[in-house]
Structure formats: structure tokens, C-alpha cells
Design a binder for this molecule. Structure first.
Ligand code: ZN
Ligand code: ZN
Length: 641
């Protein structure tokens, strides 16, 4: 009785004073300790019981297994084999659960499960949990099918949660066919959850939504799922949905955050840090500012983790200045604070400040610091400095360079034209170069006209990443630049034949409180015609200043005039003319901000330089890789990106 109420000391005293003990009294105490997670005492009692010659029953085994560590658990397991208790369902379930906690023990769990003659729901759920821990989603799916077909046990909430969570591992799978079939499977599970009413449980919907999101389901379906949770949401599910949308649709994520506040939920620091992630994906820092003031109001002003998220959000949404303000106010800067600040400086093409920050660090740098510093060097073409820092990593700091560091270094060498040195580094590096490394090599070869090496890099890239369009696009561009249009065209055809799709170029700009999206060729926008006319007029004016379109980059072998036209329609140019015309008059001093999903091309870069001069406006373009601040015909990247 004492043990059940948690008065374990009293229970132990009674036990000590007992004139005669039996297996039941030992078991009561072992399970009492186990229940309250006092593993040391529970295991100790179990040992004593054996020493005193008692034979444990199934409950003693199950109790000690529920709280012991892996090593002790293995010993208990071999004991159960000797006493034949491993065939008891109750003990076997406890063994599977014990093994399910460690991702390397899935095989052991499976052995126990397979030997078991009669299984119940707990056996299946524990085994499913073991597969989930080790990321073996295919096995989890197979087991669930087996469970449905070969037994009439049914399933419960825990089963569904396990199976959804195990599907999250498909996220890292490169095979789009597998992803598509998992998505179908997820849909079937969704139907099953509706039929069995489990869909009414908030935990089930939330993990279903997470699985859908990781399997790249349509965002509208996710939104519908979110709507279904209306009225039953708690702060955990709110945060889960805000997290799901933060990357794919930051605006939606932010509007959910506003709704959460309207429904009188109090965001915690975790919710804030997620919503700041969403803010980082937006065109301007307007939203970051708003969330920042709420953070201060809620008394989280001194929270270093949130301050770090603010540095990131301000920096990514264009305000390096605000990032620095937050950084300066942090009383106890941790490694993430320093790393974030260095990274933001690099992103905005301010390598000197990044290096200054690196020199001022009062903490020993880690591997991430070096990625940030080296990428700042690479964005600025600082070859010597970059090399020195790269070498100092091992010599002065004892940090072994990883793939990320090699990628930066190869980028540094490649961009500055030292393509041979970059290739030498690839050959000498102790790690197997990944697709990031080969794509920067390919980029460098394209820039410096190294056709042969470009072909090699493209070939390796296609092997590593057959579904990625980058290698095909870059390689065909190498040919177009060289004037070998037919070869370039062949590659495009090959890419089409293999079903590899190129990411469409999109740009966004914010007018008032509305974000406008532009696709290449302007197909998306209702005011398409007017925008084209304005753009053509502007291009003529820019030509007067000396702007010449870079025709090499056009993807097709077409007439000169058409080439110009196609380039004029790149989405960032369309966004620019639109923002110029519709932005508020009083804000003409403010910068025009544009976000682009892929890297800006040479021609658009030139265009922006001349346009900043002609209009007297600062233009800030964030492409997939970095920020470009255009002012008076100069870009902060020094034409190096
Ligand atoms: Zn362009
Ligand atoms: Zn630039």
C-alpha cells in the first residue's frame, strides 16, 4: 500500500521489519520503485532478491525492465531466458519496450517479438515504437499491415502516433516515388482515423499533419486539417501547426500565430522561436519587429535563445542593423549568438564585420563558427584570409574540417578562378565529396569556362542527385555560354526525358501589407501587360545609362531580340517595376525589397545596379544564397556571388 502511494521509504521500512518475506513482497517494492522512476533502488532490490535465492515472477521482471538501463536490461533478459519467463507476454512486452528506447537495439526487440506465440496490442505497439525510434518506417508500415490482417486486436491512439511519427523519416528520402507512395499511405491512414473517430484527438491530427507536411502534401490539405482542429487545440498543437507552416508558408504561420493570440492562448518561448523562424522567411522585417515587441511585453527580453532567433529573423528579413542591436544587448552571449551574427554579416556581404566579430569572440569557436566565417570569406572572394582560417581550424583549434568546411573552401577557390586548386582539394580531402561540393565546383567551372571539368562535375552530380535539375541547367548553360547551343539543347531534352523539373523562378515584394508574387514571364500577375510595358520603358532608359543585356544566359538558341525579351521577364525585374510604381510615395527614401527563390542571374544583377542609380533608391534583393544591397550602381556583393 505504501509503495503504491509513493511512500517508498515507509514501504521499505515495513519490508525490512517483515519476519518472513515472499516473492510478492519483493515484487511490490521493486515495482514501487520502478513506478516512481527510481531505477537504482529498483535494480538494487531485484539483485538482492536473486542473491537471497528468490525466483522472480513475471511482474518483478516487467517492473525492473520498465526502469532499468540498457546494460542491466540485457542481463535481466538473459535471466528470463534461463527461467523461461521470456515467453510470457507480459515480460516479453517489457523487453521489447526496453529495447525500443535504443535505436541500435531494434533487432533484439524484433527477436523477442518474433518468438512470442501470443501477442496483444501492447506487443505490437512496443514493436512499432522500436521501429519508430530507429527510423525504420518501412518495417513499421509492414507491421501495421500485418497487425490489421493477421490479428483481431485492433489498434489504438498509440499505434497511430507511432506509425505517423515513423513516416517522418521518409522526409530524408531522395526517392520521389517512395515519397509519393507514402503520401498515399498517409491518406489511407487518415481515412482510417476518420472511420475510427481517432481523428477527434488533437494528438492524432497533429502528428498526421506533421507526416503530411514532411511528405510534401498540398499546403491546402494541411490548412484543412488545421481547420478540423478548431475548438480542440491546445498550445502544443498550435505550436505544431505554426511549425509546419513556418517553412512552407511563413505568412500562414504568422497569421496562425495572430489567431492563437486572439483565442487567448499564451505563447511560450518555444512558440516565439518558431514564429521568428517564419518571420525570417518574409520579405520585410515588419513582422519581426511586431513579434519582437510582444516578446519584450511578455518578459522574455533577457532570453538568449529568443535573442538568437531575433538576430536570425532580422538578418534574414533584411535588417542586419537590427540584428546587431539585438546582439549588442545580449548580456550572456552564447556560441549561437556569435555564430548567428557572423552568419548574418556573411549573408549581407560584410566580411570585414564578420571577421571582426570572429576576433572579438570570448568563447572558443566551434565547427559552425568556421562554416559562418568561411562562407563570409567565400561571398567576398577573400582567398588568402579564407585559406589561413581553414588551416587554423586544425592547427590552432583542433577542429577537424567537415564536408561543410570543405564546401566553403572549394567555393572560395573556385569562384576566384583557382579551379585547379579546388580540384586538388577535392582529390586530397579525406571525406567523400557530396553534392554541395560538386555543385560549387560546377558553378566555378561555369563561371571560368572550364568545360571539361564542368562535364565531370555535372556527371557526378547527376549520379548523386538524379532528381535535381541544377547539374543539367548549369551544364546546358556552360554550353550556351560557349556558343555550343546544340549540346546545351541536348542536355535540356535529356532532362525533360528523365522527368527532372527545374524550380520555377519566383520573386516576392511587399506593397503596403500585401505580398505580391511574380513568376518568370509574369504569368501569375493580373497586371501583367502594364508591368511589361513599364519594364520595357525602364530597360530603354537604363540602356541610355550604359546597361547592356547579357544574352549568353538565355537558355535557348533564339534570335537576339527575343533573347532580350525573355531576360527582361525574369521575375525580380517584374517585382522591381511593380514595387517602383505602387510603393507609397512618401516612402521613396525606403529601400525596395525583393526576395527571390533561386540565385539572381548576371543580367538581373546588372539591371538592379543601373536601376538603383537611375531611381536613386536602394534595392535589396535576397536570393537563395545571400543578400544584395544595390546602391548607386554598386552592389554590396562586389559582383561576387
Ligand atoms: Zn535574371
Ligand atoms: Zn550583388
Amino acid at each position: 500500500m505504501y509503495a503504491k502511494c509513493g511512500s517508498l521509504e515507509s514501504a521499505h521500512k515495513v519490508f525490512d521489519e517483515m519476519p518472513e518475506r515472499n516473492v510478492v513482497s519483493w515484487t511490490a517494492l521493486i515495482s514501487g520503485y520502478a513506478q516512481f522512476d527510481r531505477s537504482k533502488e529498483s535494480c538494487g532490490m531485484f539483485n538482492n532478491m536473486l542473491v537471497e535465492g528468490y525466483r522472480p515472477n513475471e511482474f518483478a521482471y516487467a517492473s525492473v525492465l520498465s526502469c532499468c538501463d540498457r546494460e542491466f536490461g540485457k542481463q535481466v533478459h538473459s535471466h528470463t531466458v534461463k527461467t523461461c519467463f521470456d515467453c510470457y507476454m507480459y515480460v516479453a512486452n517489457a523487453l521489447i519496450t526496453m529495447y525500443s528506447k535504443n535505436k541500435d537495439d531494434t533487432h533484439e526487440a524484433w527477436m523477442v517479438f518474433e518468438w512470442l506465440k501470443s501477442r496483444n496490442l501492447v506487443s505490437y505497439n512496443s514493436m512499432m515504437a522500436a521501429f519508430q525510434t530507429s527510423g525504420k518506417w518501412e518495417e513499421a508500415v509492414k507491421l501495421f499491415t500485418l497487425m490489421r490482417h493477421e490479428s483481431d486486436i485492433g489498434f489504438d491512439r498509440a499505434t497511430l502516433l507511432s506509425i505517423f511519427s515513423s513516416l517522418l523519416f521518409v522526409k530524408d528520402c531522395d526517392n520521389s516515388y517512395v515519397k509519393a507512395s507514402c503520401l498515399k499511405y498517409c491518406f489511407q491512414l487518415h481515412c482510417l482515423a476518420i472511420k475510427t473517430w481517432f481523428i477527434c484527438e488533437i494528438g492524432v491530427i497533429t502528428s498526421l499533419a506533421k507526416a503530411y507536411a514532411d511528405l510534401n502534401a498540398e499546403i491546402s490539405n494541411l490548412y484543412n486539417l488545421f481547420k478540423e482542429t478548431s475548438g480542440i487545440r491546445d498550445i502544443v498543437s498550435w505550436t505544431a501547426f505554426i511549425t509546419i507552416f513556418a517553412e512552407q508558408d511563413p505568412e500562414m504561420s504568422l497569421s496562425m500565430f495572430c489567431k492563437l493570440r486572439l483565442e487567448d492562448f499564451s505563447p511560450d518561448r518555444h512558440t516565439y522561436s518558431i514564429v521568428l523562424k517564419a518571420c525570417a522567411g518574409l520579405v520585410t522585417d515588419r513582422h519581426t519587429l511586431a513579434v519582437h515587441s510582444q516578446i519584450l511585453k511578455h518578459g522574455f527580453g533577457n532570453d538568449t535563445v529568443l535573442a538568437n532567433s531575433l538576430i536570425h529573423a532580422y538578418g534574414r528579413s533584411g535588417s542586419v542593423h537590427e540584428s546587431k542591436k539585438v546582439f549588442d544587448l545580449i548580456v550572456e552571449k552564447d556560441l549561437v549568438s556569435w555564430n548567428s551574427m557572423i552568419k548574418i554579416y556573411g549573408l549581407h556581404g560584410q566580411p570585414k564585420k564578420a571577421l571582426e566579430c570572429f576576433d572579438q569572440m570570448n568563447l572558443p569557436p566551434d565547427s559552425t563558427t568556421f562554416v559562418a566565417v568561411l562562407s563570409a570569406c567565400s561571398h567576398a572572394g577573400m582567398v588568402e584570409k579564407g585559406t589561413t582560417i581553414f588551416e587554423s581550424m586544425t592547427k590552432s583549434y583542433g577542429i577537424v574540417p567537415q564536408l561543410d568546411h570543405y564546401a566553403c573552401m572549394i567555393d572560395i577557390l573556385g569562384r576566384s578562378g583557382r579551379v585547379q586548386d579546388a580540384q586538388k582539394l577535392i582529390n586530397e580531402m579525406p571525406l567523400k565529396p557530396d553534392s554541395v561540393i560538386w555543385s560549387s565546383m560546377l558553378g566555378a567551372c561555369r563561371k571560368h569556362g572550364e568545360t571539361k571539368l564542368a562535364e565531370l562535375s555535372a556527371k557526378i552530380l547527376q549520379e548523386l542527385n538524379p532528381n535535381n535539375s541544377l547539374s543539367y541547367v548549369q551544364m546546358s548553360n556552360v554550353h550556351y555560354s560557349n556558343g555550343t547551343f546544340n549540346e546545351g539543347l541536348d542536355i535540356r531534352m535529356q532532362m525533360k526525358g528523365l522527368g527532372v523539373k527545374k524550380d520555377p523562378g519566383l520573386s516576392w515584394t511587399e506593397i503596403g501589407t500585401r505580398v505580391h508574387e511574380f513568376g518568370a514571364g509574369g504569368v501569375h500577375h493580373p497586371q501583367r501587360k502594364t508591368i511589361f510595358n513599364d519594364l520595357e520603358k525602364l530597360v530603354e532608359e537604363l540602356k541610355g545609362l550604359g546597361y547592356v543585356t547579357e544574352t549568353n544566359l538565355v537558355m535557348r538558341d533564339i534570335e537576339e531580340e527575343d533573347k532580350n525579351r525573355e531576360l527582361n521577364y525574369h521575375s525580380e525585374k517584374l517585382a522591381f517595376v511593380f514595387a517602383l510604381k505602387h510603393g507609397e510615395l512618401k516612402s521613396t527614401r525606403r529601400a525596395i525589397r525583393i526576395v527571390k527563390n533561386i540565385r539572381i542571374c548576371v543580367d538581373c544583377h546588372n539591371f538592379m545596379k543601373f536601376a538603383s542609380d537611375l531611381t536613386g533608391r536602394e534595392i535589396i534583393v535576397r536570393d537563395s544564397n545571400r543578400f544584395h544591397h544595390f546602391k548607386k550602381r554598386v552592389c554590396s556583393c562586389d559582383d561576387y556571388w
